[in-house]
Design a protein. Structure first.
Length: 297
């Protein structure tokens, strides 16, 4: 009773906000669209929309089908794209989701040789999936997820591909710049700059401050790495970033790394994928390149 056209109509109406706009998107007349939905409602013996003034509001059944459409349609569309590309002798598109702000620079080191080795594969990096990558993998919106914090989920596999140390970035003239390492108490009067990430997902808090029941004097959030490190260089605060990234920016900015704790904070970058995709040649090739890349600032 429910077919793909019904799901496409539900998604289009929700995206467009009205039957008229949805009909234009789907290249249908409004009457044809309405007739299709009425026919589905009759076969299901339930309403999918109700009028709320001049607006349409989904019923519980409608909300359920919309959620189904959001899950199923991207998978069907992706399957059609892949099969079409195979039929034309092409490999397709490798879609990568980023769940790690500073990992973008690392990813570029992998993408450049990958594109040279695989001329029939395009790469699309989707940063809109930051901090929601698990759902994007399950929904087939991405093929690989770059993350420093993998989550164990049935059907997914995460592999470490790059080891690094999280360090404190400070201005070259900062009093802490000459230290071999710093403890949490040394930052009690500092302004800590971080990406807009929940505190419970920031290693500088979970692995450095919280075990010592300490914290910085102030916590400031900045979205971009460039601005963050410009602020650090200007003496406006300190930040915790991968050592390789601080070393690279240190070539053009007056910033230096300082170890966090006597033993340092070791981290890894992981690549996550669906288990069912293991064995796909161009995915396996990307994984191999990611493991082989060494950072040389």
């Amino acid at each position: 009773m429910i077919d793909r056209n019904h799901l496409e109509i539900l998604r289009a109406v929700d995206d467009a906000g009205s039957l008229t706009a949805a009909a234009e998107t789907l290249h249908l007349t409004q009457s044809a669209l309405s007739h299709s939905i009425r026919k589905l409602e009759a076969s299901l013996n339930t309403r999918l929309w109700i009028r709320d003034g001049r607006r349409l509001r989904l019923t519980q059944a409608g909300e359920y089908l919309l959620a189904l459409a959001r899950r199923v349609l991207p998978q069907l569309e992706h399957a059609e794209t892949v099969v079409s590309e195979i039929a034309r002798g092409q490999r397709g598109i490798l879609r990568i989701g980023m769940e790690c702000h500073p990992c973008y620079q690392w990813l570029l080191k992998v993408v450049q040789p990958y594109l040279a080795q695989w001329p029939d594969v395009d790469v699309d990096v989707k940063q809109k999936f930051q901090f929601g990558g698990i759902g994007a993998l399950f929904g087939h919106d991405i093929d690989l997820l770059v993350t420093p914090d993998p989550l164990d989920r049935p059907g997914l596999r995460f592999e470490p591909v790059f080891d690094y140390e999280l360090v404190l970035a400070v201005a070259r003239q900062h009093p802490l710049a000459g230290q071999d390492w710093v403890g949490p108490e040394a930052l009690a009067q500092e302004t800590l700059i971080t990406y807009p990430v929940p505190v419970e997902r920031l290693d500088i808090f979970t692995r450095f401050f919280l075990p010592a029941q300490a914290g910085p004097a102030r916590h400031k959030v900045i979205e971009t790495t460039d601005i963050m490190l410009q602020m650090v260089a200007a003496g406006r605060g300190v930040t915790a970033l991968p050592g390789w990234l601080v070393a690279e920016y240190g070539q053009s900015l007056p910033i230096v790394p300082v170890r966090l704790g006597a033993q340092g904070l070791d981290k890894q970058i992981f690549l996550g994928r669906r288990e069912q995709d293991q064995g796909i040649d161009y995915l396996e090739a990307f994984m191999a390149l990611a493991r082989a890349v060494r950072w040389d600032p």
